[in-house]
Ligand binder design. Structure first.
Ligand SMILES: Cc1cc2nc3c(=O)[nH]c(=O)nc-3n(C[C@H](O)[C@H](O)[C@H](O)COP(=O)(O)OP(=O)(O)OC[C@H]3O[C@@H](n4cnc5c(N)ncnc54)[C@H](O)[C@@H]3O)c2cc1C
Length: 399
């Protein structure tokens, strides 16, 4: 349904449903990826009601837990949620499930894999992590050395992954493993799905500068993956993971969460003050702030244009690398500017002398350093842009 009148009719249905079903106690809250026990009764109710509608992953087919909606319809749900300060918690609860693993299973999975895995992800009850990076294979992912050997009905996996986000609380892992050591490095790799709750898998959280530790070292010692959980063909995991990483970048193109707080320029005036004309008192900061606001707008409009050009389908393409890098720049500049105009107030870690906004900004600033690293670093995205979009010669990465 993309016709304007039909969409408006759908909007009215969505509005009515949200008013009847969204627990107002959750208005303005954000979601957590902690275990079910920490979710609270209202969040569990809200998750289950949304999943019942298929609105956790609204564009997925109904038989796999979605609602079979078009992207414009899914956008209507999102817009109406924003208006009442509601949110869809399911993508966060499924961790890598809704945004990355699910779309890749939809494309490469067998019917059996779709039926076994997708409804659990769309319900927000089954959490997924991704075991791609290794201590000596990050940007150069194809150098990975974790091995999997076929043994009867399963693969036996040995090796180590690193920076595995939420591995310690995930039920399943999508892992990239070497299944043919004699082939060229990108040709001997496969994508396996395995349970985390088995004796051969151990995880060790890595402490982070911003406080919470959402990621781990993950060790596979004779870990097992059912042979029915090979995603795509044997030794063709590189194509699967390239697609998965495009989905990851696509999910990282929004520069920060939508916020109902005061516009950045108003906040800046509160801290720095204004001149006789009512403009921000510091002319240098004013220039840089205006520059950032224009970048943020250009980024937002570019996403809109690419989405419109894809006729609402939100194509996953090399453009995701451009958007990931511009989202990174916009998000990091925003918190840095805030930190600057807050002055000493922007550097508090705890205590009554600081507002909630000041304390959260310093954490956002520290955590935001990671945006230019995860999902493929800023520099590596520039390499992809130069090769796949601008058609420039091959970079230093060979193999
Ligand atoms: C918060 C966070 C969450 C993450 N979650 C996950 C996860 O869930 N699962 C997972 O598998 N991984 C995860 N990662 C890992 C992430 O994908 C890697 O950190 C990233 O790919 C970079 O790899 P590396 O850390 O080994 O850095 P390296 O590859 O060692 O790179 C170091 C530096 O060299 C630069 N560099 C490297 N190669 C080139 C090149 N060819 N050209 C120009 N510059 C280059 C990089 O840009 C970087 O600045 C996460 C990382 C972070 C920070």
């Amino acid at each position: 349904m993309t016709n304007k009148a039909e969409l408006e009719e759908f909007r009215a249905t969505v509005k009515t449903w949200l008013h009847a079903n969204f627990p107002t106690s959750l208005a303005g809250k954000t979601t957590t990826t902690e275990g079910d026990t920490n979710l609270g009764e209202d969040l569990v109710t809200w998750r289950d009601r949304l999943a019942g509608q298929g609105w956790g992953a609204p564009t997925w087919p109904k038989e796999y837990g979605g609602a079979g909606l078009t992207h414009p319809e899914a956008k209507v749900i999102n817009d109406e949620m924003l208006k009442i300060n509601a949110f869809n918690p399911i993508p966060n609860m499924a961790i890598m499930g809704v945004t990355m693993v699910g779309p890749t299973i939809l494309e490469y999975g067998t019917d059996d894999q779709k039926q076994r895995h997708l409804p659990g992800i769309a319900s927000g009850k089954v959490r997924w992590c991704l075991g791609l990076s290794e201590p000596n294979a990050g940007s150069d992912l194809a150098s990975l050395t974790t091995k999997a050997k076929k043994d009867g009905d399963c693969f036996v996996i040995n090796g180590q992954k690193i920076w595995t986000s939420s591995a310690d609380i995930s039920h399943w892992c999508g892992a990239l493993v070497r299944t043919d050591s004699s082939a060229k490095k990108r040709d001997g790799i496969s994508f396996l799905m395995l349970t985390m709750d088995q004796p051969g898998v151990t995880t060790k959280p890595i402490p982070l500068i911003a406080g919470a530790s959402p990621f781990c070292e993950t060790f596979f010692t004779e870990a097992k993956a059912d042979s029915g959980d090979l995603l795509g063909n044997l030794n063709e995991g590189w194509s699967v993971v390239k697609r998965l990483l495009q989905h990851e970048r696509q999910s990282q193109t929004v520069a920060g969460r939508p916020s109902k707080s005061a516009p950045l320029q108003d906040l800046a005036k509160e801290y720095v003050g204004t001149d006789d004309n009512g403009a921000l008192a510091d002319p240098d900061l004013r220039l840089r702030l205006a520059d950032h606001l224009m970048d943020a707008d250009a980024h937002r409009l570019t996403i809109k244009r690419i989405t419109a050009e894809a006729k609402g389908k939100v194509e996953v393409s090399a453009a995701a690398s451009i958007l990931k890098n511009s989202a990174t720049k916009v998000a990091q500049t925003k918190v840095e500017l805030k930190l600057e105009f807050m002055g000493n107030q922007g550097l508090g870690w705890e205590g009554d002398n600081f507002t909630e906004g000041e304390l959260s900004n310093v954490r956002e600033w520290l955590a935001g350093k990671a945006i230019s690293i995860y999902g493929g670093s800023f520099e590596v995205q520039n390499n992809i842009i130069s090769k796949n979009i601008l058609g420039l010669p091959e970079t230093t990465q060979q193999g």
